[in-house]
Design a protein around this ligand. Structure first.
Ligand SMILES: Cc1cc2nc3c(=O)[nH]c(=O)nc-3n(C[C@H](O)[C@H](O)[C@H](O)COP(=O)(O)O)c2cc1C
Length: 179
């Protein structure tokens, strides 16, 4: 494991994923910094069908609905929280808003990361800042993931995986989590 410039700090890597691209980035982060991986699960999972999933999410955004989480975590144990999510509708996904709203992240350091279909993170990183006004929100990392609409699901393999791993390391160095 790499020496951490934040030695002694307890790290949580929370992520939301549907087709595992964001999960793959979460694993790359863990390889570099250690810490606990935590995948967000919902009380009522989204439909497996992509179009139904999109329709439900669009409605949730319209209603500003925060879906209840099944996942529980003792946040007091952690100092640094990595927050990973795919871009949905050019925004942060509703379940990640549920997470940010539910837990007290005051005084903690937050490092957001994202995968998307090529249109970028949208308003996602800004929303993290809005939900965490009393946290230190570091510069985020974003990369392309799947394009489920076109049948492209998991892409974090081969050359893409190698390149993304290198970028993740560079990002962790830039935000001074590792040397
Ligand atoms: C409901 C839904 C909405 C999405 N909306 C967008 C979007 O607005 N812009 C974009 O670039 N990608 C969008 N995507 C694509 C995902 O961000 C991309 O495939 C991402 O890598 C998925 O991460 P995951 O494999 O961790 O689930 C959407 C995917 C889903 C399932």
């Amino acid at each position: 494991q790499q020496p951490s410039t934040l030695a002694g700090k307890k790290i949580l890597i929370v992520y939301l994923t549907r087709t595992k691209n964001t999960f793959a980035v979460a694993q790359m982060i863990q390889k570099n910094v250690g810490g606990t991986l935590l995948g967000l699960e919902l009380v009522k999972p989204y439909p497996e069908n992509y179009r139904q999933h999109v329709a439900q999410m669009v409605q949730e955004n319209r209603d500003n609905y925060l879906p209840p989480l099944k996942t529980r975590v003792d946040m007091e144990k952690y100092d640094i929280v990595f927050v990973g999510f795919p871009t949905w509708d050019m925004k942060i996904p509703p379940p990640m808003k549920s997470f940010l709203k539910q837990y007290d992240l005051k005084g903690k350091t937050i490092a957001p990361f994202n995968t998307n279909a090529g249109y970028g993170v949208g308003s996602g990183f800004e929303t993290v800042k809005e939900f965490c006004p009393d946290s230190k929100v570091l510069e985020g990392y974003s990369t392309t993931g799947g394009i489920e609409r076109d049948g492209v699901l998991f892409v974090m393999k081969g050359e893409k995986e190698t390149r993304t791993s290198a970028e993740v390391r560079e990002w962790l160095q830039k935000i001074k989590v590792i040397h």
